[in-house]
Design a protein around this ligand. Sequence first.
Ligand code: TPP
Ligand code: MG
Length: 332
Amino acid sequence: MAGRNSATKRPTRTYLSKDQLATAVRLMLTIREFDEQAMALYRAGEMRGTTHPYIGMEAVGTGVMTALRPDDYVTSTHRGHGHTIAKGGDIRKMMAELLGRATGYSGGKGGSMHIADMDKNMLGANGIVGGGIGLAAGAALTAKLQGSGRVAVCFFGDGALNQGILHEVSNLSAIWKLPVVFVCENNQYAMSARADWSVAGGDPAGRAAAYGIPGVNVDGMDFFAVYDAASKLVQRAREGGGPSYLVCQTYRYHGHHAGDPLNYRQKEEVERWRKLDPIDRLTQALLSGKVLTEAEIAATRQSVVEAVQEAVEFAKSSPEPGVDQLMTDVYA
Ligand SMILES: Cc1ncc(C[n+]2csc(CCOP(=O)(O)OP(=O)(O)O)c2C)c(N)n1
Ligand SMILES: [Mg+2]
């Protein structure tokens, strides 16, 4: 984390520089614009396969990533664009991957759920629900054995709460005091299954007690709440305190994937969550705290739209992988 000297004191007890806060705004706007354009490309029939939009959940990925060092590890999910963007990924290579182009992260052969950026220590999206959980513990074990001081953050959805791997990995991480933070993005649904119908025991953060580790539940629509909680848990892990659970209450504005008919939830529910919009809340806080001006925010919005448009053009003008690539990157 940089910029402590020019720190802005926030009423939330959060110390972040103007640069860091402006970056958070830019990242959240980029995530939203990127996924809006990805959905538009899907609807226009330009994308093979599908895409899972992170729209509405931007404060979670951005708040957590703001609390990390660049060399910290992250594992992601099928809804991974926001994590990759917030970890510093390249939106041109991401968009090219979505459109199946050779310039994409996986040479255009993987699509949305096969985006990783090892240079940024983003260990990858994952099409298997809960698939990143074991990888994060492995990365954390590496950090511990090497004494590197690095931390692993594992994002997963409410749907992964009931996967057996989470229990096994939580137990082992606690026993071995691994530097890992398990971040549950409770966006209230796993496909069409409501979390309050499918997750036993009320607040999932309470499950942490069974492993003797901290469990914290925060408003995932509030950048500062996520950042504050993540900072403490990451710091604790870095100092040898071991793993923890961070449960973020959030919502996906759109369907499970871009083609979801969305016939399982009420309009009023969506409207209630949209009133808590994480981008509006952060920009309003920064305007009223006189950290950023309307003009600065408008300029950021404009440059984000242009950057994503440029990424779309880059992707569209890139070639598809050739037939000679058919058998490369095949491991089994
Ligand atoms: C092991 C496994 N089981 C089932 C699926 C099918 N599936 C894909 S996404 C999903 C729901 C995941 O919900 P959640 O973990 O809450 O993440 P969200 O989509 O809400 O971000 C399911 C069941 C899968 N990909 N992997
Ligand atoms: Mg979910």
